[in-house]
Design a binder for this molecule. Structure first.
Ligand SMILES: [Zn+2]
Length: 406
């Protein structure tokens, strides 16, 4: 069967219709769940309370082996009839918003406003709705479905939840494919994982009077030289590769040679090889800038040094064209009349992609916007939301190999 035929067969199945009816009947409940979860703050490195609530929700949905792992992910298994191969269906528990952010949900018509409501709390609620729909319809799948609420997707969380799932998680050896449901829009499928390396580099020197000590090495000049050299590094447009000196701080007074200057640097690429090349070049640049400054001025009172701290490391990867997971997901999107397109981004799917495990980011359904801002919103208008949910449910069932009856 072609991917289009596979999706058509699933959609034509009477049990899939029952599942969709249940999604519709349950819509208010799903909205209630997203409000409940959104109003439990889940800042980076502070997901415990939301994780505990979600763990209980997974348990209430009758999954097996419901548990929290060492890093903080919560999960439960819906058994398949096959040999125990697993399709992961994940959504992330964390938000970008720091502790203390007002996370109360304001409702205007079908629109919900709250930090984190669409990224990615909606997906947590929708994944629960998927479980209820599958159970109501008695749908069985060949693969086990592992539903995961994971920690550490955003920012300096560095994908630590999903990294742990693949590095140490008890199910890791049986995971055959991975879907992260992240953001509402289903037509935007992420098949490329933009990797990143982030650095905090502190240039130090002896410091001194700007006039009286003139001639001593200056960490500001070393920093500037490193920044200039990085700016000149050519990078390919495809695969997209970028560099940015994003934050600078340091210095003590306008009439003093600084004794410390710090920069924060963000390097990214959709290609693991390009990222490695850029990373290596950047580290060379820092060392060259130090050598250049120590040669340019006097080190009699002390030399320039650079302290390099890697503060972020997300692996790059791709689920390449031609992989069935891509064509099935695209066919599911097209079957609902959306135009699927594949994108590069940085999501939980980076981790399995970097390991060569088929992985995508898909949508939860509905519309949202202003993610990562205090004006973040989610439109739960039923028709559009259900259309998106049907899309992703069909994709999940295609990948988990829904049992065909009759
Ligand atoms: Zn997200």
């Amino acid at each position: 069967m072609t991917p289009t035929e596979t999706i058509a067969a699933i959609r034509a199945d009477a049990r899939f219709q029952v599942a969709c009816d249940r999604l519709r009947a349950d819509h208010d409940r799903t909205v209630t769940d997203v409000v409940t979860l959104t109003e439990i703050p889940s800042p980076p490195f502070g997901e415990e309370k939301r994780a505990a609530a979600y763990l209980e929700m997974l348990r209430a949905h009758g999954l097996e082996q419901v548990e929290q792992d060492e890093i903080g992910n919560v999960m439960g298994l819906r058994r398949g009839f096959g040999n125990g191969d697993i399709l992961v269906v994940a959504a992330h528990l964390d938000t970008v918003f720091p502790a203390g952010t007002d996370v109360r949900v304001r409702r205007e018509g079908t629109k919900l406003f709250a930090p984190g409501v669409s990224d990615d709390t909606w997906s947590l609620a929708v994944n629960l709705a998927f479980i209820r729909a599958l159970d109501a319809a008695g749908i069985r799948t060949r693969h086990d479905l592992l539903f995961v609420g994971d920690v550490g997707e955003e920012g300096l969380g560095d994908l630590r939840g999903i990294r742990h799932l693949f590095a140490k998680g008890r199910h890791r050896e049986r995971i055959r494919a991975f879907l992260t449901v992240d953001s509402p829009e289903v037509e935007r499928i992420v098949s490329g994982g933009v990797g990143s390396r982030r650095y905090r580099v502190t240039f130090r020197g002896p410091g001194g009077h700007s006039y009286a000590a003139f001639g001593l090495v200056n960490p500001m000049y070393a920093m500037a030289e490193a920044t200039r050299a990085l700016a000149a590094v050519p990078v390919p447009q495809s695969p997209p590769t970028t560099h940015c000196v994003s934050v600078v701080s340091g210095g003590t007074s306008i009439n003093a040679i600084a004794n410390a200057v710090t920069i924060e640097v963000d390097l990214r690429s959709a290609s693991a090889a390009e990222l490695e090349r850029l990373d290596t070049r950047f580290l060379e640049i820092v060392n060259e800038a130090v050598v250049t400054e120590n040669a340019a001025r006097s080190t009699a009172s002390g030399a320039i040094t650079a302290e390099i701290a890697r503060v972020g490391d997300r692996p790059a990867g791709e689920t390449p064209q031609g992989m069935p997971i891509r064509s099935l997901a695209a066919a599911a999107v097209a079957a609902e009349g959306y135009a699927p397109h594949f994108e590069f981004s940085s999501t939980d799917a980076n981790v399995p992609m970097s390991l060569g495990i088929p992985a995508l980011k898909i949508g939860a359904g509905g519309r949202g916007g202003r993610a990562h801002s205090l004006e973040e919103w989610l439109d739960v208008e039923p028709e559009e939301s259900l259309r998106g949910m049907r899309t992703s449910l069909a994709a999940i069932l295609a990948l988990a190999e829904m049992e065909q009856v009759g």
